[in-house]
Ligand binder design. Structure first.
Ligand code: 13P
Length: 241
């Protein structure tokens, strides 16, 4: 059976005090959500311990915004699986378009991060998505195919989430049409070749479009940026109808 995963990516927002304030408001708003709906938040590394100390882990889990493939070593600015496991981190976002763009992350590195997450008992959330220029040139499907084939090579599809995040829809307020997003998510499912894989959509997901997005057959969850920073709006997304 496919897992439903509603995830918030806080990116470089929220310190420890903000995190405590957020959870105080957010936790009561998600208390009636059943365990079949997995709610996940990826705080910045500095707030992970505050987050884990203030969570009951009943239906809210922690994701990391990165993961390295070595257990320790001379890798300034990186984070190892061992450091994350200590804080009950269950998911790791890899291949987001921001590190791909600003730090030239390659499909090969993303693949090593995804495999590292799986080997250490975490579920990788591997992001894929095309730019506006690629979409306008009619290359969206080719780009996604390359990212899926190279980024997921050798991974176990039974412990994997793929997030389709068209770059032009991130932080722009321009959501990809639900039917089009569904079509790309179906393509990803076919490429992976595992019917039960969880596929998320991400890009300007908001309280007013979540119900339509989640009604699509091939979309099993969402990866939310801006709207996950506000406890009321992220709770409405988590409580989608
Ligand atoms: P927004 O929801 O702010 O568009 O960000 C999406 C995203 O990048 C989630 O990883």
């Amino acid at each position: 059976m496919r897992k439903t995963v509603i995830a918030g990516n806080w990116k470089m927002h929220m310190n420890c005090a903000d995190t405590e304030k957020f959870l105080l408001k957010f936790l009561p708003l998600i208390k009636d959500i059943g365990i079949e709906r997995n709610i996940v938040i990826a705080p910045p590394f500095t707030a992970i311990s505050t987050f884990s100390a203030n969570t009951n882990f009943k239906n809210l889990n922690i994701a990391s915004q990165n993961i390295h493939w070595e257990e320790s070593g001379a890798f300034t600015a990186e984070i190892s699986p061992r450091m994350l496991i200590e804080h009950q981190v269950k998911y790791a976002i890899v291949g987001h378009s921001e590190p791909r763009k600003y730090f030239s992350e390659s499909d090969e590195q993303i693949n090593k991060r995804a495999i590292s997450a799986q080997l250490n008992g975490l579920t990788p959330i591997v992001c894929v998505g095309e730019s506006l220029e690629q979409r306008e040139r009619g290359e969206a499907e080719r780009v996604i195919t390359r990212q899926v084939e190279q980024g997921l090579e050798g991974t176990n599809p039974a412990n994997l989430i793929v997030a389709y995040e068209p770059i032009w829809a991130i932080g722009t307020g321009k959501t990809c049409e639900a039917v089009e997003a569904n079509k790309i998510c179906k393509l990803i499912r076919n490429l992976v070749g595992y019917e039960d894989i969880t596929i998320q959509y991400g890009g300007s997901v908001k309280p007013d479009n979540i119900d339509e997005i989640m009604s699509m057959d091939d979309i099993d969850g969402v990866l939310v940026g801006g709207a996950s920073l506000d406890p009321v709006s992220f709770a409405r997304i988590a409580n989608y109808r």
